[in-house]
Design a protein around this ligand. Sequence first.
Ligand code: PLP
Length: 381
Amino acid sequence: MKTAYFDNAATTPLDKRVFDEMRDYFFTDYGNASSLHSFGQKARFGVEKSREVIANIINAKESEIYFTSGGTESDNLAIKGTAFAYNNKGSHIITSSVEHPAVLNTCKFLEDIGFNVTYVPVDGYGMVNPSDVEKSITEKTILVSIMHANNEVGTINDIEEICKITRDKGVLFHSDAVQTFGKLPIDVNKFGVDLLTISGHKLYGPKGTGVLYVRKNVKMQSQIHGGSHERELRAGTENVPGIVGIGKAAEIKAEEMESDCKLLSELENYFRQKINESIDNVTLNGHNENRLPGFLNMSIGKTEGEIVLLSLDLEGVAISTGSACSSGSSEPSTVLDAMGLSPERIVSSIRITLGKQNTREEIDYALSVFPKVIERIRKLM
Ligand code: PLP
């Protein structure tokens, strides 16, 4: 059976060049990066090279880059790390209603132990209005955390504008850039962010790898206690092959971002046009232009997203409904709900996210089965 994978916002395949870079760190240069002997030094070299590459890409200093186990840990560290370090100043945090669970559930945890959290709303496209952030800031606010782009609909936030506000008010700003790194240029100084989250497996890098950028002089309380790794902020023997992998993946992404994005836009336009030609009653969710390339969140009238997903899977075509984290539970998407979509549009939504490995042939294959699947489902409903 032919297969086609269109769930690249959930995860991406490892780039072969990333694997080639990582390989030696499993088999020959496997030392502990903290060891003083030459095995350890070789591993340390790999870690520090990766730090330098990532720092250069986002215009940060090497000392501002911390390696973690992924986007989830980076979000936890950014939010809890500053919440605890600045608790003497206040206990108020601002975030948006459409953040990834790594941010939302961290905020919920902090609420349970006495912090106050304001969840600013989004508009019908899933975008945060910077003036809502401004209005929510009080003298007790210590942190604002707003994602760069949403993982369900791909809508991009104006984080530069939000940063101007937080800077003005002397409040820290964190952004989850898991979906945007490698798709949009990121310059931490141009944006003015204090903390920024990156994840390796969304960039054709290894799973279980991440970065947290922490601006110099931002106080942080460590969330994992142990040895003095990562300048005492994140204890634990470094995942050297993984760190080398995320560095190489970031380097490739930075070099090929323009051509990758051009390809994603072309494939997305082709996919969208073909769907519109062959299936009626299809509505795009999210912004028509202010959206990441390769993101198509659509409601297909008179269907159920989960049934569409499972039926397409039987034909070898992988898509998703909402975020990967919420699939498996039949909870309706809280993101689409926060955007004010009707229950019918939410329940009939699917997410197609394209990757650089996708081809027109794969799209043609998907479109050879898609209309039949929809027709069959509609007859049953
Ligand atoms: N933040 C966003 C916006 C995401 O899309 C994801 C993953 O889906 C995460 C955080 C979590 O990253 P990780 O899977 O590396 O823990």
